[in-house]
Design a protein around this ligand. Structure first.
Ligand code: PPS
Length: 292
């Protein structure tokens, strides 16, 4: 069914889901508490994984405490206002005590300014462009609230032109990168988290000024592995009904790997993509792993 597949609407040039654009003034005016923690990502870069890590860190690795509710109810999605049954982030936060773990996909310039006025801790997660796109493609196939992805070949072009929901991946990763020092943003990479999850969990812990025992850190690393999260009904988005997230098309917890792009890009597509990528990324030196 294409019940929820509305066209995107631009906000200051960024294509967003239409209900976000229609509620823009409310979103822009949102005032977080200074203790709130923002997790910012381009869609499909490792948001849910990071949300789970932070929730466990704040709960000293207590697995049961972090099964109190599904991810979107524990960690509100700032700009999602409707449609049901996706929970409206701002409404949810009215009934939650800070510190709240707030998810956003907004590009840096669209983050409500009160986050910076209040110096909220912000964790940005970036994922290499090709895997990020592959994950987004499968998500757009299964998520009936996003526009139809169309054929893969055309999807690559849309990604390169920044026409997907939340706009250009290139501008997104660059926007936060340029601001990371001034705004004290912890800038993480999905590939680093896969390579050495313990090291990255410890980086997040230190950034949040927490100090947990080695044993608790080990438990958090274990509980946030792809295999465990895939089976955790409070972390795997099985809370979203199948007419909205159609798991038979592709599960939310799909593969959780680095390099799955190799199963999707032809050599020609890869070459064309790389040439364009180099042009778009040459003004920054973000240490993405080279994926050839
Ligand atoms: S969303 O909708 O933007 O919030 O999605 P997001 O959570 O950012 O990204 C989903 C992808 O992250 C993978 N994932 C994980 N990988 C490794 N370890 C863990 N624990 C984990 N949890 C989620 C998920 O499988 C999606 O990637 P793909 O490549 O599609 O499998």
């Amino acid at each position: 069914s294409s019940l929820y597949r509305f066209p995107l609407l631009p906000v200051r040039g960024i294509p967003l889901m239409n209900h976000i654009a229609n509620s823009w003034d409310t979103i822009w005016a949102f005032r977080p508490d200074p203790s709130d923690i923002l997790i910012a990502t381009y869609p499909k870069a490792g948001t849910t994984w990071t949300q789970e890590i932070v929730d466990l860190l704040l709960h000293n690795g207590d697995a049961d405490a972090c099964k109190r509710a599904p991810t979107p109810a524990r960690s509100p999605f700032l700009e999602i206002v409707s449609p049901p049954p996706i929970l409206s982030g701002i409404d949810l936060m009215k009934n939650m005590d800070p510190p709240r773990i707030i998810k956003t996909h907004l590009p840096f310039q669209l983050v409500p300014p009160a986050f910076w006025e209040n110096k909220c801790k912000t964790i940005y997660v970036a994922r290499n462009a090709k895997d990020n796109m592959v994950s987004y493609y499968h998500f757009d196939c299964m998520n009936k609230t996003q526009p139809e992805p169309g054929p893969w070949e055309g999807y690559i072009s849309k990604f390169m032109r920044g026409e997907l929901a939340w706009g250009s991946w290139y501008d997104h990763v660059k926007g936060y990168w340029k601001e990371r020092e001034k705004r004290n943003i912890l800038y993480l990479f999905y590939e680093d988290m896969k390579e050495n999850p313990r090291r990255e969990v410890e980086r997040i812990m230190n950034y949040l000024d927490l100090s947990l025992s080695d044993e608790v850190i080990s438990r958090i690393v274990e509980l946030t592995s792809f295999e465990i999260m895939k089976e955790n009904p409070m972390a795997n988005y099985s809370c979203i009904p199948t007419h909205v997230f159609d798991n038979s098309v592709s599960p939310f917890m799909r593969k959780g790997q680095v390099g799955d792009w190799r199963n999707h890009f032809t050599p020609e597509q890869s070459k064309m993509f790389a040439e364009d990528y180099d042009k778009k990324m040459k003004d920054v030196n973000i240490p993405f792993r080279t994926l050839i």
